[in-house]
Write a protein that binds this ligand. Structure first.
Ligand code: NAP
Length: 302
């Protein structure tokens, strides 16, 4: 199967980036789009995020071989119901949601009988909206596809080829396993960042202005993550509850062990852990998942 036309539903960071990446790397694919917010639709048209921005979801998907839902995970069911009347019977329906089991269930319920192949490009920034997207967001990043049992292999291959054409590396994974892995690598780190920034802003004996003034000590790296979209992240935690709570339990145990090591002056435990974690950072860089320059390549006035 060859994908000739793509409809993008939700024209924020992910939707806009897919549209721009297709324009740059796969211009033979015609793109259409729709967002529920008229102001977002107008801005998407101005920026040329897709070839045609439509005023209704049915019109946007009418010719699409592939539809990608790029809305918050809690809105996937509503978005799927909105496009249902306009879909071609053989269209592939996919998404970019950050949790996969709940989204797969919501889509299956909203679109019975449709060819649904959920996916999650593991690429993003802390920004959102129609001005946030850029064409290179997916280059060199993983896209995890979580195909349901019995999926049509030709359509799975077409979706996989689509992501590869945008520069992504594709991995297939079971949805439940995806949710566990992403709980550790993405969801818990966001929760920790939200907590640290929240705790710092609640302190009474250290002023807010001091927290901001001395933020280069580490705090500012958490503030980037904690500036992420509140709707998106609320929905991620509500839809990946089981895996997040399981990983949070482990994290809390490890934190308690560190607390004990600090209290009892057990420097060896601290040193051993900090040595292991340094090796993880090296592996992240070696696999091309981050910038190897110190301090994420910030210039420091050079
Ligand atoms: P975003 O920039 O906020 O864009 C989402 C857009 O969808 C908004 O314009 C929103 O409009 C619109 N929308 C909400 N409900 C809708 C509905 N029912 N029908 C049509 N449009 C609707 O968010 P994003 O960062 O692109 O995230 C989109 C998805 O990508 C989420 O599922 C997220 O989990 C996933 N994802 C995000 C990242 C990341 O780093 N941001 C990375 C990977 C995957 P309103 O503003 O009116 O709500």
């Amino acid at each position: 199967m060859t994908i000739r036309s793509l409809a993008i539903i939700g024209l924020g960071l992910l939707g806009g980036s897919i549209g721009l990446a297709v324009k740059a790397r796969a211009p033979q694919i015609a793109t259409t789009g729709w967002d529920r917010d008229p102001a977002v639709r107008a801005r998407a048209a101005e920026r040329g995020l897709v070839g045609t921005v439509h005023d209704t979801p049915e019109a946007a998907v009418a010719d699409a071989d592939l539809v990608i839902l790029c809305v918050p995970v809690g809105a996937m069911g509503d978005a799927a119901r909105a496009i249902a009347p306009g879909l071609k019977p053989d269209a592939i329906i996919s998404d970019v949601g950050s949790s996969k089991e709940a989204v797969a269930a919501a889509l299956a319920q909203a679109l019975p009988g449709a060819c649904i192949i959920p996916a999650h490009p593991v690429a993003g920034t802390e920004q959102s909206g129609p001005d946030a997207g850029f064409a290179t967001l997916f280059a060199g990043r993983w896209c995890i596809i979580t195909p349901p049992e019995g999926v049509d292999p030709a359509r799975l291959e077409a979706l996989s080829d689509f992501w590869t054409s945008l520069g992504s590396k594709v991995e297939l994974m079971d949805a439940a396993h995806h949710d566990l892995v992403l709980a550790v690598t993405s969801h818990i780190p966001h929760l920790i960042a939200y907590t640290i920034v929240g705790t710092a802003s609640d302190l009474e004996d250290v002023t807010q202005s001091e927290v901001i003034k001395y933020s280069a000590g580490g705090f500012r790296d958490f503030t980037r993550i904690a500036a992420s979209d509140p709707v998106m992240w609320r929905d991620v935690f509500l839809t990946n509850k089981g895996a997040v709570l399981e990983m949070l339990g482990r994290f809390t145990e490890d934190l308690t062990a560190l607390q004990r090591a600090i209290r009892s002056g057990d420097g060896d435990t601290l040193f051993d852990l900090f040595t292991r974690t340094r090796a993880i950072r090296r592996a992240v860089i070696e696999q091309g998942q981050d910038d190897e320059r110190p301090d994420f390549g910030r210039g420091h006035g050079e």
